[in-house]
Write a protein that binds this ligand. Structure first.
Ligand SMILES: Cc1cc2nc3c(=O)[nH]c(=O)nc-3n(C[C@H](O)[C@H](O)[C@H](O)COP(=O)(O)OP(=O)(O)OC[C@H]3O[C@@H](n4cnc5c(N)ncnc54)[C@H](O)[C@@H]3O)c2cc1C
Length: 383
C-alpha cells in the first residue's frame, strides 16, 4: 500500500496521498500497520531494495518482505557517536577479496528483536580517508544469521520493551558478507539513506494523525463518564476541558492538511521536491500528537498514566517521533536555513521600497516625517 504508484511498480497502486488517508486509520491501532505489512522499518527497507537493489538482491529480500514472510531492520545509529549527523558513523566496512568484513556496534536497531527479522540494512564507513565526508559511507545488506553478530541487549522506551519488535544493541565482530551484498556501490551510503527517508519520514506523521484522533476519542469518552464527577460536575461541564477539546480538534485538523499536503507534493514530483513540506510535517505532527495525548492523559488522572488505557504507551511511542528519523533540531535547522536563503534578497527589497517611497514623496512635494518624533528636551545641556 505504501509504495506509491508513480515511483514504484511493486506497490498496490496507491498514491502517497491515498496512502496518507489510509495510514491515518492504521495509526489508530497498535497492530494494523504490521498486519497490512506497512510497518516501519520494513516500509523504508523495502523502498531501499525496490529503488537500489539488483535483481538478485530483490529476489532474495524484497520478494519475501513484500509477501510478509520475513521482517528487516535498518542499522545506522551507533552508541558512541552523535548519529543524527551520519558522517560520524564509524562501523568499519572493509573489502577483503570477494567479501566485505564489518566491525563495530549499532543500537536502536528497531525490529532486530523479532525472530522473523532476517535481513539488516547496515550503514558503515568503507573509505574513512575519502576527502568528501559524504563519500566515506556505504550501505550493505547483512543477513541476520551471519556469524559474528551478537545481539547484546534490547533497549527499552520509557520502560516499554516494544516486544517482539524490539530495539537492539548489536555488536559486529569480523562479520563477513559477499561483495555482491553492497547496495548501489561503495561510497554511496548517503544517497541510499537520503532516498530511504523520503516518504518514509511522513509515514509516522500520517499514522500520528490517527493516533491523535484515538487520543481525542479517549478524552471525550472520559469527559462523558457519568461515574466520574470531580467537584459535582462531569468533566464536559468544566469549561477548561471543552477548551482543550476544541484546541485538539483544531490542531488535528490542521496537521492532517499539513501531512496530506506533503504527500501531495511528493506525488507531484518526488521527495526531494517536497523537502520543505516533509520537514514541516515531521516536526509539527509529533508535537501536536504529544499535546493531544497530554490533554487526554490529564483528563484520566491516575488512570491516564497506567496500563488501563493505551494513552501512556501511545505517549511513549509518540515522544520518540521527535527523535527518530532525525531529531527535530536537524529538520528545523534545515527548514530555517532554506527559508533564510531569501533573507538577503528581502533586505534589499525592503531597502529599495523605503528609498522608492522617499523618492515618490519628494516628487509630490511631501516631506517624510515620523509623526511620533518629538525631539523634546527638558533643558539644554551645559557645555
Ligand atoms: C524508538 C526509537 C527507534 C529507533 N529506530 C532506529 C532504527 O531502526 N535504526 C536506526 O539506525 N536508528 C534508530 N533510532 C535512532 C534515532 O534515529 C537516533 O536516536 C537519532 O537519529 C538521533 O541520534 P542520536 O541518538 O545519536 O543522538 P545525537 O546525534 O547524539 O543527538 C542528540 C541530540 O542533539 C541535538 N541535536 C542534534 N543535531 C542538532 C542540531 N543540528 N542542532 C541542534 N541540536 C541538535 C538533538 O536534541 C538530539 O536529540 C531509533 C531511536 C528511537 C528512540
Amino acid at each position: 500500500m505504501f509504495l506509491p504508484k508513480n515511483h514504484f511498480t511493486q506497490g498496490a497502486g496507491f498514491s502517497n496521498l491515498e496512502y496518507g488517508l489510509m495510514a491515518e486509520y492504521l495509526g489508530k491501532s497498535h497492530i494494523a500497520s504490521e498486519a497490512t505489512n506497512c510497518a516501519a522499518p520494513d516500509t523504508g527497507n523495502m523502498e531501499v531494495f525496490a529503488k537500489y537493489g539488483t535483481q538478485e538482491q530483490k529476489d532474495m529480500w524484497l520478494k519475501p518482505l513484500l509477501a510478509g514472510e520475513m521482517r528487516s531492520a535498518f542499522l545506522m545509529t551507533e552508541p558512541d557517536v552523535a548519529s543524527s549527523d551520519a558522517t560520524n558513523i564509524e562501523l568499519r566496512i572493509e573489502r577483503q577479496g570477494d567479501e566485505y568484513v564489518l566491525n563495530g556496534s549499532k543500537w536502536w536497531s528497531s525490529g532486530a528483536g523479532d525472530p522473523r527479522c532476517k535481513i539488516y540494512i547496515v550503514m558503515g564507513k568503507s573509505d574513512p580517508n575519502n576527502s568528501s565526508l559524504y563519500k566515506q559511507q556505504s550501505v550493505i545488506f547483512v543477513p541476520a544469521d551471519t556469524p559474528g553478530i551478537t545481539i547484546k541487549r534490547m533497549l527499552s522506551v520509557f520502560g516499554f520493551d516494544d516486544a517482539p519488535h524490539g530495539h537492539g544493541h548489536l555488536i559486529f565482530e569480523n562479520v563477513r558478507v559477499p561483495a555482491s551484498n553492497m547496495c548501489l556501490g561503495e561510497g554511496r551510503g548517503f544517497e541510499v539513506i537520503q532516498g530511504r527517508l523520503g516518504p518514509g519520514r511522513i509515514h509516522h506523521a500520517m499514522r500520528s494523525i490517527g493516533a491523535a484522533e484515538k487520543a481525542l476519542e479517549y478524552f471525550l469518552a472520559r469527559m462523558n463518564d457519568p461515574r466520574k464527577k470531580p467537584f459535582g460536575k462531569q468533566l464536559f461541564e468544566h469549561g477548561i476541558m471543552l477548551e482543550r477539546v476544541a484546541h485538539s480538534r483544531i490542531e488535528i485538523d490542521s496537521c492532517r492538511l499539513t501531512v496530506l499536503n506533503a504527500a501531495l507534493m511528493i506525488d507531484s514530483k518526488d521527495a526531494k521536491f517536497a523537502l520543505k513540506e516533509i520537514a514541516e510535517a515531521k516536526v509539527l505532527i509529533p508535537d501536536m500528537l504529544l499535546k493531544v495525548l497530554d490533554r487526554a492523559i490529564q483528563a484520566y488522572g491516575g488512570a491516564g498514566v497506567c496500563q488501563d488505557t493505551p494513552l501512556a504507551n501511545m505517549w511513549a511511542h509518540g515522544r520518540t517521533m521527535r527523535i527518530v528519523d532525525g531529531p527535530d533540531e536537524v529538520h528545523l535547522v534545515q527548514l530555517g536555513r532554506n527559508e533564510n536563503k531569501r533573507g538577503k534578497w528581502l533586505l534589499e527589497k525592503i531597502e529599495w521600497q523605503k528609498k522608492k517611497s522617499e523618492e515618490m514623496a519628494r516628487s509630490y512635494g511631501f516631506e517624510k516625517k515620523d509623526v511620533l518624533e518629538l525631539n523634546r528636551q527638558h533643558s539644554k545641556a551645559k557645555l
